[in-house]
Design a protein around this ligand. Structure first.
Ligand SMILES: [Zn+2]
Length: 292
């Protein structure tokens, strides 16, 4: 007998990549959201409850890597991110690694280390589409920025929201993929502030928050403005891409492997540069950027 409860599954590895927190919805149509941790527990749930729906908030491996455990279930994702869940070349394009010299290594790592397999997204949703599981209606909220199709899930009857990678941690927003967008991220945060809810789930970090979280959402958005400031300060002299990346203004430290660090650091910094140019605060001159 289904309870209708939303069950929070605390991510292993302190919910860090390749893990994240997961939700199980014990409903007439049992569902999991972002199954990427505690493989044994997820397999047990599927044996016991017969999971019918698997929801992916977006295409990242730390949200999708156990999708294929749920044979017989239908996979649901945003129409925008679905191709990158289904196809490894699409995942590479969305991530922005398809033209990297180490593309083949990346591809085999994703297959072998993260057990990536092809899968079919049977249900593709748009902003505010709904799915009724029985006692719970899931409303999908398109909240792009982290990825182009990133979505949150609003549990309409319970007044709860799964925020996915709008994770409210001290690092701040992450937008290092090709389709990521820093301004869209800020708009998504504003959109979430308007939702009626008192329980909030995040994929990483704390995991469950109660009450009014608008201050926390503002603080999370504030990290974007701090990054703008750090970059502007560094652009007091003309700076090249190499100089900007080597400062690690976004990540604040280098990490391994260097190729991926440099790509993600640049992807994030370059989105700030485009934003600062648009705001008239910085300008590009040849291969250098300068504060105006
Ligand atoms: Zn993510």
């Amino acid at each position: 007998m289904a309870s209708g409860d939303i069950v929070f599954i605390d991510g292993d590895n302190r919910a860090r990549f390749p893990d994240s927190h997961c939700l199980f919805v014990d409903d007439e149509l049992p569902a999991v959201i972002d199954p990427a941790t505690k493989r044994d527990e997820l397999e047990g749930l599927h044996r016991e409850k017969g999971i019918g729906i698997v929801v992916n908030s977006h295409y990242h491996i730390d949200h999708t890597r156990y999708d294929s455990l749920f044979n017989g279930a239908e996979l649901l994702a945003s129409a925008v991110d679905a191709p990158a869940i289904e196809d490894l070349d699409e995942l590479a394009r969305a991530t922005g690694v398809d033209d990297a010299p180490w593309f083949d290594i990346w591809k085999s790592t994703v297959r072998e280390r993260w057990n990536w397999t092809e899968r079919h997204v049977a249900l593709r949703v748009e902003d505010r589409d709904e799915l009724c599981l029985g006692m719970n209606t899931l409303r999908f909220i398109h909240a792009p920025g982290h990825t182009a199709g990133h979505m949150c899930v609003h549990f309409v009857e319970k007044g709860a929201v799964f925020l996915a990678d709008i994770e409210l941690g001290s690092f701040g927003p992450w937008y290092a993929n090709r389709g990521s967008d820093v301004d869209a991220f800020l708009d998504s945060i504003e959109k979430l502030k308007a939702l009626e809810a008192d329980t909030w789930y995040t994929s990483h970090g704390k995991g469950v928050l109660q009450g009014d979280i608008r201050d926390r959402l503002d603080a999370f958005a504030g990290v974007i403005y701090e990054r703008d400031e750090r970059l502007l300060e560094f652009l007091s002299r003309p700076r090249t891409r190499e100089e900007i990346v080597s400062e690690a203004l976004i990540y604040r430290r280098r990490w391994e492997p260097p190729q991926l660090f440099e790509l993600f650091e640049w992807n994030m910094a370059s989105k700030h540069l485009a934003r600062l140019e648009r705001l008239g605060l910085a300008a590009r001159d040849g291969d250098r950027w300068l504060r105006t």
